[in-house]
Design a protein around this ligand. Structure first.
Ligand code: SAM
Ligand code: SF4
Length: 343
């Protein structure tokens, strides 16, 4: 089952199939590595951003995303950094919305910290975005400031309300961190469900500063057991094309997602790839290898060479990450920060 199949790399059109028979239908596209927050698990306090001259233009981002759509990608998530601090993001979202209208794309969505949503929520909804993930690790203003270093909780809460008001379906992403917010998980879930939002918990991953985060890891299986003492958690098969497993909470009627990159590997069904704002295609979140699509785009005006480069990159997609194995040796995984890859 695990043996890679090295099929002939086809050029131009054609589905993206990796060596392990996984069809790639989901692109996470980072539109900037910049952000108006500095979450401690995501970026270094003295983060050095990608020089602006190396960041893809909005037109290049559109060209790249559209090439993936032509190759069978059905879902695009815009991410960052904070996607809504990218100047012209409204233009890009509007532009990509044409693939929703044509039926070539099933879903255009975004992961955001929420702070800019009062300004942009209506435009996102107008472009065809129906669902959005908003990250929120604590509802305590001081703790929120501590984890985000510079953030104001109230600006995120306003952003959440703005998204809900324009009819966006919101899912809250909460990174579970031992000794920091584990006591807030149940309260966050009830609050989210009362507002009609789902909640997804994420195990903290060792990026950037790496092993520093390992002592703060909470295995989400333990969290699930503890929540199970107070709530009735019913397994449901729902998958959104992402790595989360979902349970339905009978008492609240809402969904709880669990993303367990550290305690449980979810790579078998992986249908995703990531492209950074400088055009680097990372075949796997947990590996350093990448393919430079910006160079290909700038060398060739037509899209055939770009599509061929994408095909070749997919043909080299690794089977999975090794977070769990590395964890047991106490070594960090990936030197780059999450903010530079796009979560
Ligand atoms: N700025 C946006 C936001 O915060 O939602 C989008 C980019 S952020 C990198 C995407 C997601 O990655 C967020 O939900 C964030 O909490 C998560 N994330 C960042 N660093 C992480 C880490 N080391 N381990 C687990 N999740 C992380
Ligand atoms: Fe910014 Fe999102 Fe990273 Fe926080 S998690 S620093 S909001 S990119």
């Amino acid at each position: 089952m695990d043996k890679p199949v090295f099929s002939k790399v086809s050029s131009g059109a054609g589905q993206l199939m990796d060596p392990f028979h996984r069809q790639i239908t989901y692109l996470r596209l980072s539109v900037t590595d910049r952000c108006d927050l500095r979450c401690t698990y995501c970026m270094d306090e003295n983060v050095r951003f990608v020089p602006r001259r190396e960041v893809l233009s909005l037109e290049e981002l559109d060209r790249l995303a559209s090439s993936f759509v032509a190759l069978g990608v059905r879902k695009i998530r815009l991410t960052g950094g904070e996607p809504l601090v990218r100047k012209g993001i409204d233009w890009l979202v509007q532009r990509l919305g044409r693939h929703l209208q044509s039926g070539a794309l099933d879903e255009l969505t975004m992961t955001s910290n929420g702070t800019q949503l009062p300004r942009y929520a209506a435009q996102l909804a107008g472009a065809g975005i129906k669902r959005i993930n908003i990250s929120l690790d604590s509802r305590d203003p001081q703790k929120f400031r501590e984890i985000s270093r510079i953030g104001e909780l109230s600006s995120v809460l306003k952003g959440i309300d703005a998204a809900l008001e324009v009819g966006l379906k919101v899912k809250i992403n909460m990174v579970a961190i031992k000794g920091f917010n584990e006591d807030e998980i149940a309260g966050m879930m009830v609050w989210a469900h009362e507002k009609g939002m789902d909640l997804t918990l994420i195990e903290v991953m060792p990026f950037g500063d790496g092993a520093r985060w390992l002592p703060n890891l909470i295995g989400l299986d333990d969290v699930r057991v503890r929540l199970g003492d107070r709530f009735t958690l019913e397994d449901i098969p729902a998958r959104t094309g992402g790595p989360a497993r979902y349970v339905k909470v009978r008492e609240t009627g809402g969904l709880l997602g669990l993303i367990t990159p550290m305690s449980g590997n979810f790579c078998d069904g992986c249908n995703r790839i990531r492209v950074t704002c400088r055009g680097r295609l990372y075949q796997c979140l947990g590996h350093e290898q990448y393919v430079d699509l910006r160079a290909t785009m700038q060398e060739h005006e037509d899209d055939e060479a770009l599509k061929e480069a994408i095909h070749q990159a997919i043909a080299a997609k690794p089977k999975g990450h090794d977070f769990a194995e590395r964890r047991s040796c106490g070594t960090p995984n990936v030197k780059r920060d999450m903010s530079s890859t796009g979560g």
